[in-house]
Design a protein around this ligand. Structure first.
Ligand SMILES: [Fe+2]
Ligand SMILES: [Fe+2]
Length: 224
């Protein structure tokens, strides 16, 4: 197998993981797709490298993969969760990181997934780390995750408007979220939230930007 074929295999395995999540919970898969598109847009606005952008995009796609390990009775419960059920849901970053840590190639992605519910002020979970101890990808995903959650209907509340959502994100700058990331997101609000609305297939997003992959893809399907 060549290096290029290895990259394709890597992307295909990620796609399988996403499909597993899709089979379990369609809503979470759609949410993850929007969060990954918004996160990718933030990476571009922050002028991160292609490699860093790709890693964060993948991490965003699988950030809630740990929900595979959460009982349907809790995950699909209509209405508000009680304290015990919340405790169970809060295990999903660790379950997700555990799943992904089985692959050496995904160790950084696993770490981002582990930290996506940490908060800038150090009061998040699971490890209560704060500020720059939180990996950059997790800090970006935290903002995009909240935006998508606020702008989606829940059984117990209606979606917030774009304006209300922006206000909420700004008011939590330096509390829940990295202030530098919030300022990039707020300054480019339409382009970030618009990226989340533009549903694309995962492979299109990553592989089209990668010339070697594009060449391999157009050369035939039996690459692996
Ligand atoms: Fe999550
Ligand atoms: Fe999420």
């Amino acid at each position: 197998m060549t290096g290029e074929q290895g990259i394709l295999l890597y992307h295909d395995i990620i796609d399988c993981i996403i499909a597993a999540l899709e089979a379990k919970d369609r809503n979470t898969a759609d949410h993850s797709r929007r969060v990954s598109d918004m996160s990718e847009q933030v990476c571009r606005l922050m002028r991160l490298s292609q490699q860093e952008t790709e890693k964060i995009h993948i991490a965003a796609h699988v950030h809630d993969i740990g929900k595979i390990g959460i009982a349907d009775s809790v995950l699909m419960k209509p209405g508000k969760l009680n304290e015990h059920e919340w405790k169970i849901v809060k295990e999903h970053p660790e379950i997700g990181a555990h799943i992904l840590s089985r692959s050496h190639g995904l160790s950084e992605v696993a770490h981002i997934v582990l930290c996506h519910h940490e908060r800038w002020d150090g009061t998040g979970y699971p490890n209560k780390i704060g500020q720059l101890d939180i990996p950059l990808g997790a800090r970006i995903i935290a903002v995009c995750d909240s935006i998508d959650a606020m702008m989606s209907d829940r059984a117990y509340r209606k979606a917030l408007t774009s304006e209300q959502c922006k206000k909420e994100i700004l008011s939590n700058s330096g509390i829940m979220y990295d202030p530098d990331i919030v300022s990039v997101v707020a300054d480019n609000w339409e382009s970030v939230t618009g990226a989340g609305n533009f549903i694309r297939h995962y492979h299109k997003s990553i592989i089209d930007k990668c010339a070697i992959n594009k060449k391999l893809l157009t050369n035939g399907k039996n690459l692996i």
